[in-house]
Design a protein around this ligand. Structure first.
Ligand code: DGL
Length: 258
């Protein structure tokens, strides 16, 4: 099976890494739409347009299953992509919400891009869960450039985390969903700030678990191929890729899909 994954940039690599752990015997094509990043402050119409182009590119590369490894694109474009393309499409939201459903968490925090929060996709879905009593949402757009530019170890990041996540200390929560695929890269710092009593839900982990369950055992390909494409050069992307995949050397190609 050839699995196609797309995101605006580095964030979807968190999903790619989890999929590789759970389903290593497949071919993968990763597309980071770095020319048009960030998605998280763009309109529904624009994100749908980008998502169609990304999916078409992956299908042209021979992918038989598409993973929308971006919460913003999952919130805005999932329906359109399912209607338009005749391959199975997975989004990162369904699996995140169902992990919360089975957890017994009552007061849940969600952090995401402005577009994902404004779409109300998470809050509407979470409201329907019996266990959920309170939902607190916070837009954290600044986390995306921190991850894209490899700034997570800078001294000022703790201050940024504090300012953005303080709301969850004032309003006691017992769970937090990382509703942007860039955020798992900051998970260590987020966990440290919120402490051990807040359970963190990571959409990259949840989607990989759910795809594995749905696909069951997949046939082993003779030789496993991994292709990585970007729509524009990105200074930090290759470093992030190497550090997330234990120094495996990927050949990253720049392509134009506009
Ligand atoms: N990683 C994406 C998400 O999950 C988008 C971040 C961005 O491009 O703003 O929403």
């Amino acid at each position: 099976m050839k699995i196609g994954i797309f995101d605006s940039g580095i964030g979807g690599l968190t999903v790619f890494r989890q999929l590789m752990k759970k389903l290593p015997n497949n071919d993968y094509v990763y597309l980071g739409d770095t020319a048009r990043l960030p998605y998280g402050i763009k309109s529904r119409k624009t994100v749908i347009e980008y998502s169609i182009k990304n999916t078409q590119f992956l299908i042209n590369k021979g992918c038989d299953l598409i993973v929308i490894a971006c919460n913003t694109a999952s919130a805005f474009a999932d329906d359109t992509l399912r209607k338009k393309f005749n391959v199975p499409i997975f989004n990162v939201i369904d699996s995140g919400v169902s992990a919360v459903k089975d957890s017994g968490i009552r007061n849940i925090g969600i952090i995401a891009t402005p577009s994902t929060i404004d779409s109300k996709t998470y809050s509407n879905r979470l409201k329907k869960l019996k266990n959920i009593k309170k939902i607190i949402s916070k837009q954290c757009p600044i986390f995306v450039p921190i991850v894209e530019e490899g700034l997570k170890s800078k001294g000022y990041i703790d201050q940024i985390i504090n300012e953005n996540l303080n709301i969850f200390k004032r309003n006691k929560i017992d769970g937090l969903i990382l509703c942007c695929t860039h955020y798992p890269i900051l998970k260590g710092k987020i966990k440290k700030f919120l402490g051990p009593n807040v359970k963190i839900f990571d959409s990259s982990v949840e989607i990989a678990k759910s795809i594995k369950i749905q696909l069951g055992l997949t046939k082993k390909n003779k030789s496993i191929k991994k292709e990585v494409y970007l729509t524009d050069g990105s200074k930090y992307f290759k470093t992030a890729l190497r550090s997330m995949f234990n120094n495996v050397n990927f050949n990253v190609k720049i392509i134009d899909i506009r």
